[in-house]
Design a protein around this ligand. Structure first.
Ligand code: PAF
Length: 256
């Protein structure tokens, strides 16, 4: 596996490749959800490029950025085992050179759900993903369905800005008790982890959004939102107390 740290080296590597390229952008602290994205890419493309970049622009709270899990050595070992062709590991300055003040904003879908709860979050996501997609020039880039609003926004951006890369989603991977895999799960205490497992059944088994909201509050979550659209019910909750609270999101298919 080739490890690349500069945008110049990434462009040179990309030019040297012959054949289809799949791309999996990540922020590291890799888990089975990332593994599923990489396996989807491996099954269809000759080359698979993965990036690990904890993107400061998408964190609306300094404490969250500071506490974001970083497991670079284990991540590199896993990617090696999975047969990834190249890992892009840029420093912040490589993607945000001094004086860079260009951003990508979406003005509609990014305003509700997680966008309303985390102002500026999707601006950060879209900006970094556009940079990465332009550098990697993959045939297909893969995103997990747990972050469904993120997936929809990135797919919308790729269409609106005529990008060369197709954006595809991969179903959420869950722990045995139903909790959606997430890098943030590592930060949960034992009791928070037990509570976290209730998010999925509350979304799945409730008769309505209102009933899901009530069930989540009774279980002990602070509820950011529960809402349904396009055959899915989306929920975001918080566990723990500020400033160390942990935000969890999930979504399930429902019969609309
Ligand atoms: O889902 C993530 O890990 C991040 O939001 C992404 C897409 C890698 C952009 O930083």
């Amino acid at each position: 596996m080739k490890i690349i740290r500069t945008t110049e080296d990434l462009r040179a590597y990309r030019t040297s490749l012959d054949g289809a390229v799949g791309f999996v952008p990540t922020m590291g602290a890799l888990h089975a959800g990332h593994r599923a994205l990489i396996e989807a890419a491996k099954a269809r493309h000759q080359h698979v490029v993965v990036s690990i970049f904890v993107n400061p622009m998408q964190f609306n709270e300094a404490k969250d950025l500071e506490g974001y899990p970083r497991t670079e050595t284990e991540d590199q070992q896993l990617l090696q085992t999975l047969g990834v062709s190249a890992l892009f590991l840029p420093p912040v300055m490589a993607l945000y050179p001094k004086g860079d003040h260009y951003v990508v904003d979406e003005l509609l879908l990014s305003q509700d759900r997680c966008g309303a709860a985390r102002p500026g979050h999707f601006r950060g996501v879209l900006t970094v993903v556009l940079k990465l997609l332009n550098l990697v020039q993959a045939d297909v880039a893969y995103f997990g369905e747990k972050d469904y609003q993120q997936f929809e926004l990135i797919q919308g951006m790729a269409t609106a800005l005529f990008l060369n890369t197709r954006i595809e989603s991969v179903p959420t991977v869950r722990e045995a008790d139903g909790l959606a895999m997430s890098s943030r799960n590592r930060r949960l205490s034992k009791s928070q982890r037990r509570l976290a497992a209730k998010l999925y059944p509350c979304l799945l088994d409730s008769e309505s959004d209102d009933a899901a909201r009530t069930a989540l509050s009774h279980a002990g979550f602070a509820v950011d939102y529960v809402t349904s659209a396009k055959g899915r019910r989306f929920g975001a909750v918080r566990v723990g107390a500020a400033p160390d609270e942990i935000r969890l999101i999930d979504n399930v298919r429902i019969n609309a």
